[in-house]
Ligand binder design. Structure first.
Ligand SMILES: Nc1nc2c([nH]c(=O)n2[C@@H]2O[C@H](COP(=O)(O)OP(=O)(O)OP(=O)(O)O)[C@@H](O)[C@H]2O)c(=O)[nH]1
Length: 134
């Protein structure tokens, strides 16, 4: 089974979080689900450098202040992923371009649980919500 190593960005804007909807996929369990943007870590990259590259490619955004949040291992029916999430900020949100995603939402922490997330992202969402309650 394929094992992908992925970085994902929890982009904070004021007290809210940017949530992105993936495009259609041959795997229905990730198709059009919400996720934190990012992608696969390539040879020679760190999780952080891969994330900076992916966010520029996918969204035309520069991110800064990367702060490691959590690593999740998740097994889907056809592949597994190890995904490192980083909290970060962006300074140029008005320049965002959705080069791969269908949609994005800027939501408060209390609104996050209302989205249809990819299963691998649920631990991130739960941790974000529990931090805000604690
Ligand atoms: N980027 C990202 N991928 C996620 C998340 N959650 C999740 O299950 N994944 C899965 O992790 C895998 C890798 O992500 P990706 O497709 O974004 O990677 P990539 O941009 O390098 O894609 P490519 O191989 O088409 O160039 C995908 O199967 C995706 O569905 C998430 O929050 N962010």
């Amino acid at each position: 089974m394929k094992h992908y190593f992925v970085s994902a960005a929890i982009i904070q804007v004021n007290d809210e979080i940017l949530c992105f909807q993936r495009g259609p996929s041959k795997f229905d369990y990730v198709s059009q689900k919400y996720e934190f943007p990012g992608g696969k870590i390539e040879v020679g990259e760190t999780p952080e450098s891969a994330l900076v590259r992916e966010i520029k490619e996918e969204l035309n955004l520069n991110i800064s202040g990367l702060d490691f949040f959590q690593t999740v291992d998740h097994q889907y029916p056809d592949f597994k992923i190890t995904m490192h999430a980083f909290k970060c900020f962006t300074s140029n949100l008005e320049e965002i371009q959705l080069n791969e995603h269908l949609n994005f939402l800027q939501l408060s922490l209390s609104q996050l649980s209302g989205l249809d997330w990819a299963a691998a992202d649920i631990p991130f969402v739960e941790k974000l919500i529990s931090e805000s309650n604690g």
